[in-house]
Design a protein. Structure first.
Length: 102
């Protein structure tokens, strides 16, 4: 096999690996509490759940999966708080209602 063919095979294999492990890659790259409100609001529901789960783990210093209700309530709170932020670059860990005054 020539070099071009090997490169094509390697690229295809890499793409398959990335697609099959997408959620693991997404979890690893997700910023959790350092996610900007504008980025959080643009995420789909599954990615928001990953973001909030990581944020909770960062806040608690515990690597265990938080309870589903805790994630649900946190998602609702961050969603509401980010929607009223005057500065959409505010990180979700800093989102607060006072942000509407800035």
């Amino acid at each position: 096999m020539n070099t071009a063919r090997w490169a094509a095979v390697a690229a295809a294999a890499t793409a398959v690996a990335l697609l099959s492990g997408c959620s693991d890659v997404e979890k690893a790259l997700n910023k959790g509490g350092e996610t900007k409100c504008s980025d959080y609001l643009a995420q789909d529901a599954n990615t928001q759940r990953i973001t909030i789960t990581k944020f909770i783990k960062q806040q608690t210093g515990n690597d265990n999966e938080p309870a589903g209700t805790q994630v649900d309530l946190s998602m609702a709170a961050v969603q509401s708080l980010c929607q009223v932020q005057a500065n959409k670059d505010t990180q979700i860990k800093n989102a607060n209602l006072l942000g509407i005054l800035h």
